[in-house]
Design a protein around this ligand. Sequence first.
Ligand SMILES: Cc1cc2nc3c(=O)[nH]c(=O)nc-3n(C[C@H](O)[C@H](O)[C@H](O)COP(=O)(O)OP(=O)(O)OC[C@H]3O[C@@H](n4cnc5c(N)ncnc54)[C@H](O)[C@@H]3O)c2cc1C
Length: 455
Amino acid sequence: MYRRVAIIGGGAASAALLSEILERQHASPVHLDWYTGGGSLGRGIAYGTRSDRHLLNVRAASMSMFVARPRGFLDYAQRGDHSIAGTDFLPRRMYGDYLEAEVRRSLDRAAELGHDVRVIPFAVDAIVPENDGVTVIQGEESTRVDAAVLALGALPPQPLGGVTEAALTSGRYIVDPWRFLASAQPSAEPFDVVLVGMGLTSVDVVLELAELWPKARFTALSRHGLLPEPHLAVSSAPTDDGSDLIESMLAAPDIRTWMRLLREAIRQTPDWRVVIDSLRPHTPSLWRALPREERARFLRHARWAWERARHRMAPQVAEALARLEREGRLVRRRGRMQAVDVKGDALQLELRPKGSAFNEQVTADYVIQTIGLNTDVRRAGHPLVNQLFTNGHITPDALGLGAEGTLEGRLRHGGATWPHFYAIGSMLRGTHWESTAMPEIRQQARNLADQLFGS
Ligand SMILES: Cc1cc2nc3c(=O)[nH]c(=O)nc-3n(C[C@H](O)[C@H](O)[C@H](O)COP(=O)(O)OP(=O)(O)OC[C@H]3O[C@@H](n4cnc5c(N)ncnc54)[C@H](O)[C@@H]3O)c2cc1C
């Protein structure tokens, strides 16, 4: 049980942790320093969008911030609109409203109960963890706390290899799609847009730009040329609890065997989604069971298939994309981007189609990187993470999945574990594999609140 704790990050993971702590009964007042980095409380990138085209990819009934109140978000949404169902995929903007409302309620309650919560709307510059506490440095102020939690979300996207400096500075090669979308203006120009990567980020980008730029045409490029799978309008009921499958997987932790077991299980089930979803609560233990070479094999060969089956899109989003494909405005290509350079007023992309020995030149007005989350602390592009890495305060996960951490969320350094320095969310991908979505984050928030202030 700590006296003063710093929470660093202003997104959904911090919001979940802060509210989890402040919801509890405490024998004496708690002291929290919440460094939010600025911006709206709790929203972060995912829920900071103002576009109602950006939908949650998880059903409303599964998006509560709290493990103990599973209907939290659904109740909030239904208070505004009785017709909303738990199976709906609601706008992420509405989820941001919910997070912000819950956080403000927790802060008001904390003030009434005499807790000492400082909300500091700035980014932390540096952190010095030690064995008996942690020093947090922000601007001129250096604060000693008993424990600190990093909740920084995904790291800023970094440019892919092969992109020239001229392309990067042209304003036409977009490394950070979220920043680009936040300032994109309507246009009637017939832009040619290439998206590199075909996961959920590309889906958001296409839907938004197709509306803002009604004459634009989109080419989406990825190794396999496949978009995320759609959810069904109503989820199928599981036929069993999946325990036999999990047992068999744990007994033979190698990717080839797992693929075979999954294919067999899927053959016996009317809806393959049930099998994939049954793995969700067991993902951390399955991940831990895999030796490092097998994890690397998974990342090389099976990650793409897992991501598109596991992180699915809402049915109405799938329909909107299918419409764009039918209209010829969205074309999917299999292949790899090799290089991008400026050519006149546009960009020229060297594309290697799958199975071909030759590159093809493609001209585009914009090339947008939509390759998913950056969690590689060695290529962080984030001043605080760079400081922690350079000073040896965190150890990169060997496969680029965040920083080494324990199951309880304690960060590791040079083979040892910091006793009072923790992380939550994306930074712990190497520990849990699935560590970025709300259902996992709220569980981590609860466990961390137990660690910090007792259950
Ligand atoms: C576009 C998108 C859509 C998603 N949709 C879903 C969904 O539908 N369902 C779902 O479950 N999950 C979804 N996710 C996963 C999502 O990552 C999590 O749900 C959640 O947003 C993660 O919150 P976070 O707090 O870990 O990170 P973020 O929300 O990214 O927050 C990080 C915070 O850290 C702050 N920060 C950074 N540096 C510093 C510093 N030095 N000092 C202080 N603060 C700092 C930032 O300002 C920010 O507030 C989505 C993710 C994305 C990107």
